[in-house]
Design a protein around this ligand. Structure first.
Ligand code: DC
Length: 229
């Protein structure tokens, strides 16, 4: 049976535009949004900042509890905390790398399951990540898997960084993205794979507007909303 509070999941590789798409859909529907990568990034941030071995079970519990309270108080606190700290302490590139390494550990993923599910609130939730449709919200009302050619994704990311004034080498950026995808795809627990009932969207030759509109079309077709959009 589908759950009463509707959930739409958007999974896919890095740099494919899941976060922006989730935010825009959530804005349109006035729903909540969960950007699950933020949890792994925050774990990475804490581990790097305090030089903590990530497999310490007790520490993981404390972290997860902390994250839980941050979410209960205000779900955007976590994102604020992350954004405030990253530019000053550790580069985004290092965090991305370490977060994908940390995401391999079953203990980390187990601790985060409950925390992520708290975000499911009425009127509905758009959740994005790698395992939203397969593990965290397996009964989601609609599952989208957003994919795209690596070179195109890297080009988009490259332009974004340039606009922010961050200088990067295109080939090393592409390589980093490739390595992170491989790591996320090949891990044994909650790998990056489409759920069996996911709808595949290949964004390679599509503008953001096209991806957004096609996603709304699937939401309408699946009759997820009570009122028309
Ligand atoms: O979505 P992101 O780029 O912020 O995610 C950073 C890393 O966190 C990603 O490379 C793998 C991990 N991650 C995960 O394993 N499962 C998720 N649902 C979200 C992120």
């Amino acid at each position: 049976m589908k759950s009463l509070t509707p959930v739409i999941t958007i999974d896919g590789p890095c740099g494919v535009g899941k976060s922006v798409l989730s935010k825009q859909i959530a804005k349109k529907l006035h729903w909540f949004v969960l950007d699950s990568g933020i949890f792994y990034r925050t774990f990475a941030l804490i581990a790097l900042k305090y030089d903590i071995p990530m497999l310490e079970h007790e520490l993981l519990k404390i972290f997860s509890l902390d994250l839980y309270y941050w979410c209960m108080e205000d779900q955007y606190n976590l994102i604020k905390l992350y954004k405030k700290n990253v530019p000053n302490i550790i580069s985004e590139k290092t965090i991305s790398y370490v977060s994908s390494k940390i995401a391999i550990f079953p203990k980390v993923r187990k601790e985060l399951l409950t925390t992520q599910r708290i975000f499911k609130k009425k009127p509905g939730l758009i959740a994005n990540g790698r395992d939203m449709g397969t593990v965290v919200f397996p009964k989601a009302n609609l599952k989208l898997f957003l994919d795209g050619n690596l070179i195109v994704r890297a080009q988009r990311r490259f332009c974004e960084l340039r606009k922010k004034g961050i200088q990067v080498n295109f080939n090393s950026l592409k390589l980093e993205m490739y390595q992170r995808d491989i790591q996320d795809i090949k891990r044994s627990i909650s790998p990056l794979i489409p759920a069996k009932d996911a709808i595949m969207i290949d964004s390679t030759n599509m503008s953001f507007e096209e991806v957004f509109n096609i996603s709304l079309k699937y939401i309408k077709i699946n009759k997820i909303l009570l009122s028309p959009i």
